[in-house]
Design a protein around this ligand. Structure first.
Ligand code: ATP
Ligand code: MG
Length: 234
């Protein structure tokens, strides 16, 4: 489902360029529920941004669900993302002028071939699945951190994407709600979705079938692969 080969992301730094990701090679199979762990600043969000095409790598290739996303234009990428990926951002990115329900409906307005009433019903069901059925009419500014986070999870599922990229989706939740989201993701993976979840929660990480650990932009314990500058240029 996801194939990253020799991915390096360099940000221009003060004195020196900064390697946020350093020669990362990862294969993630369809239907995997995989965790990404690592300290703050180790490159986890950068990695998810590269998988979603929000950011592009300085070097390396990124194939997601059979598409080499580096070949897509910005417009193609937006359309592709809408149908292929649900993203749960670390800082939610809800639209403040829309209610929680309208935030969940929004991605469907661009992709889902259903009537307004059906979209509303689907959004209500998704809000219900994250325990927010009674909060649908609230604006994000009045919602708690955990409620915003759960709305962002419901929104990511709106278009029924095959791949879900979740950046600390339980970071603002108490342990009971966090476990509820974990079970929801587990169910989605069993039904065929692929889920990549960044987490700082050691209990959740332990429950996952596979986790990758990032340290200073490198995957720990992965086999050494030649760095891009050592690779033969053909
Ligand atoms: N646009 C940017 N320009 C310069 N440096 C950046 C940029 N984006 C990220 N970085 C740096 O890259 C490193 C990795 O950042 P990233 O956000 O991926 O970390 P993270 O593992 O998600 O951390 P956290 O757990 O705190 O969310 C950090 O040192 C960060 O400062
Ligand atoms: Mg992050």
């Amino acid at each position: 489902m996801i194939s990253l080969v020799n991915v390096t992301k360099i940000f221009p730094g003060g004195e020196q360029p900064y390697y946020a990701l350093d020669n990362v090679t990862i294969e993630i199979a369809k239907q995997e529920f995989i965790g990404i762990i690592g300290k703050s600043g180790s490159g986890k969000s950068t990695l998810l941004n590269i998988m979603s095409g929000i950011d592009c790598p300085s070097f390396g290739s990124v194939i997601v669900n059979g598409t080499d996303i580096s070949l897509l234009s910005q417009a193609e990428l937006t359309k592709w993302r809408l149908n292929n990926i649900g993203i749960i951002f670390q800082s939610f990115h809800l639209i403040p002028t829309l209610t929680l329900l309208e935030n969940v409906i929004l991605p469907m307005e661009f992709a889902y071939p259903f009537k307004r009433k059906q979209k509303k019903r689907r959004a209500m069901e998704l809000l219900d699945s994250v325990g927010l059925a009674d909060k649908w009419n609230l604006f994000p500014d009045f919602a708690s951190g955990g409620e915003k986070q759960r709305t962002a999870i419901a929104r990511a599922l709106a278009n029924d994407p095959p791949l879900i990229l979740a950046d600390e989706p339980t970071g603002n939740l108490d342990s009971e709600n966090a476990f509820h989201i974990y079970l929801l993701f587990e169910r989605l993976a069993r039904s065929g979705k692929t889920i990549v979840m960044v987490t700082h929660d050691p209990d959740l990480a332990k429950s996952l079938p596979r986790t990758l650990q990032l340290k200073d932009g490198e995957i720990m314990g992965s086999k050494p692969v030649p760095r891009h500058e050592e690779m033969e240029i053909k």
